[in-house]
Structure formats: structure tokens, C-alpha cells
Design a protein around this ligand. Sequence first.
Ligand code: TMP
Length: 238
Amino acid sequence: MEKRNELYRGKAKSVYETDNSDQMILLFRNDTSANDGERIDQLDRKGMVNNRFNAFIMDELEKQGVATHHIKLLSDQESLVKSLDMIPIECVIRNISAGSICRRLGVEENLDLNPPTFEFFLKNDPLHDPMINEFHIESFGWAVADEVEKMKQTTLKVNDILTKLFRDAGLLLVDFKLEFGRYKGDIVLGDEFTPDGCRLWDVNTRKKMDKDRFRQGLGGVVEAYEEVAHRLGVELPN
Ligand code: TMP
């Protein structure tokens, strides 16, 4: 398998084509960003930690019956994935109130949400990823009804699996974002699952162990990611 041209450069990952049109390489860079890319920083070891963390979570989800794009780790910062036709929608589940829902609805942080809430956002940085509903997705042709239902059901299933996985590691899965794509007629989980795209709090102290440490200038960002990885049993080189 040969790495070819960069197809796409996101805020923290780059995507490369390979000599196999069904497969791509994801490069997890050390970049981290906040405010739709307005603030960007380089954090040593972050690409490696996120690459290994993502592989661990994707493997766990596959074991429990969730179809993902992940094929295998290639190097410290690279993974081989299936080449999906990405749907430009973010699926968010919230188990505890935090982040944008507090600003949008004027609710306080740290409320248990029972049942968990589900939200769709349109992937669009210039518009600051506006919240949308199922009608928007179908009316504008971003996905059809069956695909919307599959994304919703899979995100709920991922919430069940990962809430337990993190709880067993002494962490609360506060909220998270997933992205999906089409692959040979199926809807498959794409993008990544790392502390960049979820909120994780220590179950006892409620210390933030995710990207909010960067967004809120709390420091110790990669140290927190490594602590989460360590608690889950993700192997990281020194
Ligand atoms: P929010 O509170 O900013 O709406 O984010 C909810 C969760 O989704 C949080 O864990 C961060 C994640 N998320 C992303 O990773 N990327 C995004 O573009 C958005 C809107 C949310």
C-alpha cells in the first residue's frame, strides 16, 4: 500500500489517498484548534495519542457490532481507513449538560440529561456549524430518511457502549460528536473518536479531561488525554 497525495487537510487531521481507491490514510497532526479554527496551537504528542486512542475506541466499537472505517494503525500518527463518501452532518449525544447547549438554552452545566439528548449539526465552519433537524437533512438532500435513522440508532448504540467503557475507567462521557459516511451501500462510522470530539470528566472530581482544557485555557491538555488513555488501557510509547 502506497501513500499518495493529500486529499484534504482538516484542522487536526490530514487525509491521503493510497494506491487502493477504497482506502485512505488518516494523519493525526499535533495541531489543536478552538473557535472554528480561529485559535490554533501545536501540542507535542497529541497526534500520536489521538491516533492510538481512536484506534482503540474504533476496535472496541467494531467488536460490539458497530461498522467503522478503521482498518489498522500504520504508524505513530497514521491509520489506514476505508474511503467513505462523508455525510456533512455531526451527530451529537449529550448525557450531561455542557458546552453549546448551556449557551443556546440558558441551562446550567452539569445537569443529568435523562434521556440523553440528540442533536444534528451541519458541518460548516463559516456558519459555525448550525444546529439542524431531520427535515433539513432530507429537504436539502444531505442524506435520505433511512440513512438519518441509521446514523441516529448507531450514535445511540455508541453512547451505550462508550458510556460503560468510560464509566469502568472512572470517567463520565458527558457528550460526543460522530460523523458518518457511505461505503459500498452501508452507513459506516468515520472521522475519529478522541478527546478532541467528546467531553470526559473524572467521575469523582468532575475534572475536565478533554479538549475543553484547551478551549478554556486550563492547560495540561495532552497530559489529560494520556491519563484517559492510560485508564482505558491504551498502549502509548514513552
Ligand atoms: P458543543 O457543546 O460545542 O455543541 O459540542 C458538543 C460535543 O461535540 C463536544 O464533545 C464537542 C463535540 N463537537 C466537535 O467535536 N466538533 C464540532 O464541530 C462540534 C459542534 C462539536
